[in-house]
Design a protein around this ligand. Structure first.
Ligand code: C2E
Ligand code: CA
Ligand code: CA
Length: 643
């Protein structure tokens, strides 16, 4: 609205000026009209009196008026607003005055210069005198001097008439006041209203234009700069490094935003993105740029930055993003991942953004909710990841993933009671790619859905060749629970392959339980109800939450091999920890498997705790299906009583 104040003020001033101008013009016109009206009146009266009084010319000579002549003057004074009548002779000397009559003999006769001029020139002289009383009423008097001529046309003197024109002036000025009042209204109708309408239209157009400008610059949802503006503005800063020095770049991404959207709906997701944008804006300086690059990705550009500054801002943002966010009664505790890069003077904008993006990628693959500063080795890591992903897609298509089986034994007699299926993949040159490298990629890319079910199918097909009392354990990724149809899929598979659910064990890790408790727990209950055993894998590496153990009623606890690794260095301490976990598992009604059993000294210690199962290189390394079957056969041949 401020932008319209000056045009409006100009309009107002213009309108006032016009009203005032018109008022002055009318005032002048009225004055002129009064004057000419008075002049005409005075002339008329002067002529009238002249012809009635001075016809003979005698009156001027001696100033003596007949009674008839005086009656005419009295009538004029009474009815014609004439309040004084003076007659002059040709020399300009007064010969008669309606107030004083004829001057007495011997009185000093002064000459009226104006009367003398009027007689000499034959032209009239009219003056209008206006006075305004303190009460505001206006008096208008007219003083008219008209030359008097005899019947032969000869100048015989002059007649002066004083007229009171106050009434007509009052009438005209009253009229003027009305016009003065009406004029602004008329102005409003013919001028101001269209002007105001014009101004309003301009305002609307301006607001519209401003909105269009905003839309074209800012992201409509979050209010951050949009992608186009962000890159244009960043480009300007990167082009002027003298002014902007070293420029910091944050590439940010909301962790698991898809699942926020899926779980709480798009309205909640939008509100969360708005919240993140305002969190970013409130944590940076005014000179920094915050832009939304699309989806849940944001970029922040910090001119004249330093590592210390970026580190401080980044941690502040991460901390604030960890605070619970509530919208319409739903609450989440989200997180962000940040890729950080401080661009050197010779670096271009796109190069800096690419580096920050790469760092973000590593922040995400290293567990999210963290910031990662770019360093050159990340480039090689990305290349490696791309190569592995490409190989995985190829292997999936050509069915080149393999499954190895690692035996689990019963401590009491060392007999094999089950196998864990572990995926294997070789690169094109035959070197193995570790599952800890390719499984996360499968999870991120969504390949795990197909790969997971295919692994389960193949593992069951292999397990069907084993004796009926040997179980099969298969790892499940959290991502496999996302679609929600895991129970029906596995049930259908078991039915199709005619494999008893009691022989199948599924291993899950704690991070599955943290994701989406309701959804996951319903599926875990469904699997257990089918008779499948559920094992909590890698216990001791995550939160080791007793809460999860109580809540989910696991059949088995697998103690991660880090404890046995620790035992090698600090026997007493790790012995105690392992004993505690075994006791805890048993107390909660679970079987306990110890992972990573590699030597006899470990089994000696473990044998004291009545563990249910051992798994590790001492019992057997993961082996191809054929070798697993051979191992079972060999063992059963050696100990026929076990079969
Ligand atoms: P995990 O489930 O804990 O599997 C056990 C891992 O420990 C295996 O590594 C195995 O080779 C290794 N291991 C077993 N005994 C010993 C030992 O005595 N000493 C040492 N140093 N290591 C031992 P691997 O095969 O590399 O698998 C790594 C992880 O990859 C697995 O850990 C599991 O989390 C994941 N993984 C493997 N296959 C699958 C799969 O089919 N699906 C899913 N979702 N994850 C899988
Ligand atoms: Ca496992
Ligand atoms: Ca494990």
């Amino acid at each position: 609205m401020r932008k319209f104040a000056s045009p409006l003020a100009i309009l107002l001033v213009l309108t006032c000026a016009i009203v005032l101008g018109v008022h002055l013009l009318i005032d002048r016109a009225i004055d002129g009209a009064i004057k000419s009206h008075a002049e005409m009146d005075a002339m008329k009266w002067a002529k009238e009196l002249n012809s009635n009084l001075l016809e003979s010319g005698d009156a001027l000579a001696n100033g003596a008026l007949t009674e008839d002549q005086k009656a005419v003057i009295d009538a004029a004074i009474k009815f014609g607003n004439v309040y004084a009548f003076i007659v002059y002779d040709t020399s300009g000397q007064m010969v008669y005055s309606s107030d004083y009559g004829a001057p007495g003999p011997g009185s000093v006769r002064t000459v009226n210069q104006t009367a003398q001029q009027v007689v000499a020139s034959g032209t009239s002289n009219v003056e209008v005198v206006q006075r305004v009383s303190p009460s505001g009423s206006q008096s208008v008097f007219v003083d008219a001097l008209v030359s008097a001529k005899g019947q032969d046309g000869r100048a015989i003197g002059a007649v002066q008439v004083y007229l009171d024109k106050s009434d007509i002036a009052t009438f005209y000025h009253g009229l003027l006041d009305w016009i003065g009042l009406l004029l602004p209204v008329v102005c409003a109708v013919i001028y101001a209203i269209p002007s105001v309408a014009f101004v309003m239209k301009r305002e609307q157009a301006f607001t519209r234009n401003e909105r269009v400008r905003q839309l074209s610059r800012y992201d409509a949802l979050t209010g951050a700069l949009n992608r186009h503006t962000m890159s244009t503005e960043a480009k300007k800063r990167f082009a002027d490094r003298d002014a902007y020095g070293e420029i910091g770049v944050f590439f940010l991404d909301v962790d698991k935003f898809k699942s926020v959207n899926d779980t709480h709906g798009h309205e909640f997701g939008d509100a969360y993105l708005k919240h993140i944008a305002s969190l970013l804006i409130s944590n940076v300086r005014e000179t920094d740029l915050v832009g939304r690059m699309g989806g849940d990705e944001f970029v922040v550009c910090f001119p004249n930055a330093s590592f210390e500054f970026l580190d401080e801002v980044g941690h502040r943002i991460l901390n604030e993003a960890n605070q619970p966010f509530e919208y319409k009664g739903k609450t989440i505790q989200g997180s962000l991942s940040i890729g950080v890069h401080l661009a050197e003077l010779e670096e271009s904008g796109p190069e800096a953004l690419h580096a920050a993006d790469l760092a973000l990628y590593h922040a995400k693959t290293n567990g999210r909710n963290r910031m990662q500063v770019y360093f050159s080795a990340l480039d090689a890591a990305l290349l490696r990841r791309c190569a592995v992903e490409a190989r995985m897609r190829e292997a999936l298509e050509r069915d080149e993933f393999e499954i190895h089986f690692q035996p689990l034994s019963k401590p009491s007699d060392g007999s094999i009671i089950g196998f864990e299926a572990l995926l294997r993949l070789n690169s094109a040159d035959g070197t193995p790619i570790c599952p800890t490298e390719f499984i996360p990629i499968a999870e991120e890319t969504g390949m795990i859905q197909v790969l997971g079910m295919r692994t389960l199918r193949q593992a069951i097909e292999t397990a069907k060749t084993w004796p009926d009392d040997i179980f099969l354990s298969v790892n499940l990724s959290p991502a496999q629970f996302q679609k929600g149809d895991l129970v029906t899929e596995i049930e259908a598979l078991l039915t199709e392959l005619v494999f008893p659910a009691r022989r199948l064990e599924l291993e899950v890790t704690e991070n599955l339980l943290m994701a989406d408790e309701e959804r996951v727990s319903a599926q875990l209950v469904g699997l257990k109800r089918m008779g499948i055993s559920i094992a909590m894998d890698d216990f001791g590496t995550g939160y080791s939450s007793l809460g999860y153990l109580w809540k989910y009623d696991f059949d088995k606890l697998k103690i991660d091999r880090v404890f046995l690794e620790g035992f090698e260095f600090d026997n007493a301490r790790y012995r105690e920890i392992i004993e505690t976990i075994v006791t805890l598992g048993h107390k909660m009604g679970m079987q306990v498997t110890v992972e990573g059993v590699e030597n006899e000294s470990q089994t000696e210690m473990l044998n004291e705790f009545a563990c249910d199962q051992y798994q590790g290189f001492l019992i057997g390394k993961p082996m191809p299906a054929a070798q697993a079957l051979e191992t079972i056969s060999t063992e059963r041949a050696a100990k026929p009583s076990v079969a």
